[in-house]
Design a protein around this ligand. Structure first.
Ligand SMILES: NC(=O)C1=CN([C@@H]2O[C@H](COP(=O)(O)OP(=O)(O)OC[C@H]3O[C@@H](n4cnc5c(N)ncnc54)[C@H](O)[C@@H]3O)[C@@H](O)[C@H]2O)C=CC1
Ligand SMILES: O=C([O-])CC(=O)C(=O)O
Length: 273
């Protein structure tokens, strides 16, 4: 869009740790973007949370977001992912998912985007280095490995732990709880390793991207380290995320990444791959 055209309208599906921070930033003002609507499980609570906003917006059902916006951001529990993404793409919108692991489950959404002129734009989220991974993927990548370490309380409730009878109660040393593909990791830990799904989509896919998850009582931050071996470069990067106050499973940087991603959709200059 040109700098002088009307701002793109943004709808935010989910009004928790990520959604509220994103909506607040939009309400505070980002050139070229305007908050248009939000969605939350509890509409009254969401309306109350918007009391300090300069311009509160309607709180609507998930399915209605697409009618009200050019860009629909998904930052809700993974269970309602499709209710946000499918209408958005069928309406030809830009769909920005944060529950990225669900893209591996609902892999037909890409075809829906193609059929209706929509786009799926995945923010880097709580990770680092997807610019380099995408660049390397234009050549040949031999291997991508990610190692995640989280405080045990940030992993509790994950379906994989329940299915495999793994208890994290009273853990006093680091425990390897998952070692496998990004695809299986994203399925088993839908609220924990969306970053692994994003990494796999940027690089060599969910079956070849290797993931280890450690429950580590010694860490206070959600830590992700990635290692890439490619014919263009070898690189390793790590990030230590401060958990957000509202949802300790979610690193604070995630909402900021979504804000930077949206800014990149409209800014006259964009830096990075
Ligand atoms: N891509 C990435 O790097 C990261 C992704 N995530 C993922 O992003 C998603 C959002 O994370 P958070 O903001 O921390 O979650 P949160 O739990 O803080 O917020 C979720 C929001 O969704 C709302 N919600 C629940 N059911 C709803 C429904 N039926 N209709 C409308 N709204 C509904 C809740 O009211 C809540 O406001 C999660 O799936 C999380 O796993 C989290 C961290 C990093
Ligand atoms: O915030 C983080 O460190 C990563 C996370 O929860 C996710 O990828 O779902």
């Amino acid at each position: 869009m040109s700098v002088s055209s009307a701002p793109l309208r943004v709808a935010v599906g989910g009004f928790g740790a990520i959604g509220f921070a994103l909506a607040k930033a939009l309400d505070d003002g980002i050139d070229g973007l305007a908050l248009a609507a939000v969605s939350a499980r509890d509409k009254k609570k969401a309306a109350d949370k918007m009391e300090g906003f300069r311009a509160p917006v309607p709180v609507v059902d998930l399915e209605a977001l697409a009618e009200l916006a050019d860009i629909v951001v998904e930052c809700a529990p993974s269970t309602v992912f499709r209710s946000i993404g499918e209408p958005a793409l069928k309406a030809g919108r830009i769909f920005v998912p944060l529950s990225v692991g669900q893209l591996l489950v609902h892999d037909d959404l890409k075809d829906i985007a193609i059929a209706h002129g929509g786009r799926i734009v995945v923010p880097t989220g709580a990770l680092i280095g997807l610019d380099a991974v995408r660049a390397a993927a234009e050549g040949n990548i031999e291997s991508v490995t990610m190692v995640t370490r989280k405080p045990p309380r940030g992993l509790m409730g994950a379906p994989y732990l329940e299915q495999n009878n793994i208890s994290l109660e009273g853990l006093n040393e680091a425990k390897l709880i998952f070692d496998g593909s990004a695809r299986d990791g994203a399925k088993g830990f839908p609220a924990n390793v969306n970053v692994a799904a994003a990494l796999s989509l940027a690089g060599i896919g969910p079956d070849r991207t290797r993931l280890q998850i450690w429950a580590d009582p010694a860490v206070t931050r959600n830590t992700h380290r990635i290692e890439v071996e490619a014919d263009s470069a070898r690189f390793a990067m790590s990030i230590e995320n401060v958990p957000s106050e509202e949802n300790p499973k979610t690193g604070k940087i995630t909402a900021l990444s979504a804000i930077a991603c949206l800014r990149g959709l409209v800014a006259p200059m964009r830096v990075g791959t």
